[in-house]
Design a protein around this ligand. Structure first.
Ligand SMILES: Cc1cc2nc3c(=O)[nH]c(=O)nc-3n(C[C@H](O)[C@H](O)[C@H](O)COP(=O)(O)O)c2cc1C
Ligand code: SF4
Length: 430
């Protein structure tokens, strides 16, 4: 396990400036503020850092969109909504090293020309929110936030806002609507936030982990930073592991390691005497990868070539006692509940998928239902307005690809895992 971005977590008092500085803290900010914004931007671009919030968009390129906008008011938003089920890595950074995230925001503000930042934190993290408010307060009192920070001719301040539990508010435009005090619903794009975001001003939205990488890049220099990871995926990634493994938790890995190595070497293998059945990668909106493909490397391009995405870096490991249908029902109930209802493919699609899965589980479905299931997934993937609806059927699509026989067995009232709702005799309301 490497320790590039999480090395201070759990090691220092997160509110102590002295402890943070004695571990190299704020040296990156001072370095950045003494450089021209374009130089900082070039360093981040050269690092090949890609966003850790799910889409893996090149961070330097995104920054350059906001930097090139001619506007006296711009914003930086730290996306700390961490709503993807099974994802709990941003919290580790926020609780363990909040100054590091704030440094990332200040450096970003300087590079793109923004003087105001927001941290949007999920409502389910009240203690972390409190810690962030205290961190900002401590830094303001020290002159590290506010006007002429660190004695440089640069102003930057941060406000904390929180969500109220809607998954869609992690999507950057819904998040922006939420900060503006509106219902958390996604906007039509374009324009994209780097050009017109919060209150229609150029707005840079980055994930917590992305921002945590910024001081590291400034301190090491882009070239040294790129020695970590692979050609297409520089640096490290925080992986949140849950499910049937011995050691569950957050691991910082270097890109290039395989899913199997994570399970065997970092998680100490399975917590039962059963075999891995599948790994769902990227949270509930991610694909289920069967055991025979676990040698896939964690690398953005390598994963894409295999038709999967790393997403937020969540890994749910299921052993072969898990019924895929049972699992899919739980996943799709989540999306049915979280769909904001703005567009038809997602609003109706999730509902229909749940209805068909229930039919299959109850043993009253036909082969035609499985065909319809496939059609609905395709429509949602291509026609939904935002990433929620586009990614919601991913788990179903992957299970239809790898576990179709097992799904179809339920039509004949059979469950090879002997564990699904049908076998428990559950009464299901459609
Ligand atoms: C439904 C949905 C939920 C999302 N939730 C989060 C989230 O909780 N945290 C996050 O950083 N990004 C989330 N994203 C991605 C954001 O829209 C955005 O791409 C990201 O914050 C950009 O940061 P990055 O470039 O640093 O990855 C979500 C996207 C969608 C479609
Ligand atoms: S895809 Fe779903 S969450 Fe996104 S706008 Fe449409 S209904 Fe809302």
């Amino acid at each position: 396990m490497v320790n590039l971005i999480s090395k201070l977590c759990g090691k220092i008092d997160p509110l102590s400036i002295t402890e943070y500085e004695s571990n190299g803290g704020f040296s990156a900010t001072k370095k950045a503020l003494s450089k021209k914004p374009q130089e900082v931007l070039d360093e981040v671009k050269a690092s090949n850092l890609r966003g850790r919030g799910g889409a893996a968009f090149p961070t330097g390129l995104k920054w350059s969109f906001t930097a090139s906008e001619d506007s006296p008011i711009k914003y930086v938003i730290c996306n700390a909504d961490e709503g993807e089920p099974g994802t709990f890595k941003d919290r580790v950074l926020l609780d363990g090293s909040p100054f590091q995230i704030i440094e990332g925001m200040i450096i970003c503000g300087h590079a793109v020309g923004a003087t105001k930042g927001y941290i949007y934190i999920r409502g389910e993290y009240p203690k972390t929110k409190e810690l962030l408010i205290k961190s900002i307060d401590v830094l303001r009192k020290a002159g590290y936030l506010g006007t002429n920070i660190f004695g440089f001719n640069f102003d930057f301040d941060i406000e904390v806002r929180s969500g109220a539990g809607a998954y869609v508010c992690g999507e950057e435009t819904a998040l922006i609507e939420s900060i503006e005090g509106k219902a958390g619903r996604t906007r039509f794009k374009p324009p994209y936030p780097p050009v017109a975001g919060l209150w229609n001003k150029p707005t840079l939205v980055n994930n917590v982990e992305t921002l945590a990488n910024i001081p590291v890049i400034l301190n090491l220099g882009a070239e040294k930073y790129k020695e970590y990871g692979t050609k297409s995926s520089s640096g490290t990634k925080l992986i949140s592991v849950s499910g049937n493994v011995v050691n569950k938790g957050v691991f910082e890995i270097e890109f290039g390691i395989s899913l199997r190595e994570i399970i065997n070497n970092l998680c100490d293998g399975m917590d039962t005497d059963k075999k891995v059945k599948f790994v769902q990668l990227g949270g509930s909106s991610g694909a289920c990868i069967p055991e025979n493909l676990l040698d896939i490397k964690i690398d953005f391009d390598c994963l894409r070539e295999n038709g999967v995405s790393l997403g937020s870096g969540a890994m749910f490991v299921a052993d072969d006692s898990v019924c895929v249908l049972d699992f899919l029902l739980a996943t799709m109930e989540f999306f049915k509940h979280e769909s904001c209802g703005k567009c038809t493919p997602c609003r109706e699609g999730n509902r229909h998928i749940v209805r068909i899965l229930h039919k299959i589980t109850k043993g009253v479905a036909t082969e035609k239902d499985v065909e319809i299931l496939e059609e609905i997934c395709e429509v949602m993937k291509t026609a939904s307005l935002c990433g929620l609806g586009q990614a919601a059927p991913t788990a179903v699509i992957s299970c239809l690809q790898y576990f179709k026989d097992e799904i179809k067995e339920h039509i004949n009232k059979e469950c090879r895992a002997n564990s699904c709702l049908f076998d428990k005799g559950a009464i299901i309301n459609e």
